[in-house]
Design a binder for this molecule. Structure first.
Ligand code: DX5
Ligand code: ZN
Length: 217
């Protein structure tokens, strides 16, 4: 499975959102990661479906990470309608995980399931997912440090899921931690601060990509 970077626009300059997305697209990015926070599941508020609408004509795959409680009640439909192609819900955010994943597929999107650092991976033995997101920080904020225990968790998750399922990591990902996560079984790498917090986001994207290519060969 190819290793892909998903730049998280949470760390972008929102006054220049399209320009920043275009810059990483020019560097080779074909995915954008959109972090949605509701002020309940995580303390901050972030962005709504309008951000998908604003970016949907760029030709990049829009991946929406819903850090919201009970996403099946409203937000899955709203983001699918706005152009989200992968929608990720949290195992801790709803008692109806299976229903939420089905609701995503019913809307024509790929279904992702995320687990927080302290959440066991066993839920992935109970449902089918297109993408498993292993949080490598506690959700809610960009710019946190990667949690080293995530590497052993990734190895267990890869053993549980087999080789075919996409495993994504999110939080504290840079060229160094991305390489370590790839060796532990991750195939998709969310990076916010390491890309958009850098003076040249395209160069920062290329640096992470270079580290991943070194693992892939
Ligand atoms: C955290 C979000 C992340 C965030 C990562 O709750 O889910 O996607 O943007 O930010 P960095 O790469 O700065 O750790
Ligand atoms: Zn995220």
């Amino acid at each position: 499975m190819s290793l892909r970077i998903a730049p998280s626009v949470l760390a972008a300059d929102f006054g220049r959102l399209r320009e920043q997305a275009e810059a990483v697209r020019a560097a080779g990015a074909d995915l954008v990661h959109i972090d949605v926070m509701d002020g309940h599941f995580v303390p901050p508020l972030s962005m709504g479906p309008q951000v998908c609408t604003a970016l949907r004509d760029l030709g990049m795959h829009l991946e929406v990470h819903l850090m919201v409680e009970r996403p099946e009640r409203e937000q899955i439909a709203a983001f699918a309608d706005a152009g989200a192609q992968t929608i990720i819900v949290h195992a801790e955010a709803t008692p109806a995980v299976h229903y939420a994943l089905q609701a995503i597929r019913d809307r024509g999107a790929l279904a992702g399931l995320a687990v927080n650092p302290a959440t066991p991976i066993g839920v992935f033995g109970e449902v089918e997912v297109d993408l498993a997101l292993c949080m490598t920080v506690n959700p809610g904020w960009g710019g946190q440090s990667f949690i080293p225990a995530s590497l052993a968790k990734l190895e267990r998750l890869r053993a549980l899921l087999g080789p075919e399922v996409e495993i994504e990591v999110d939080g504290g990902i840079d060229a160094e931690t991305a390489g370590a996560c790839a060796r532990a079984g991750a195939t998709r790498f969310v990076a916010g601060t390491a890309i958009f917090g850098a003076p040249d986001p395209a160069a920062a994207f290329a640096a992470i990509n270079g580290a991943l290519q070194a693992v892939e060969v």
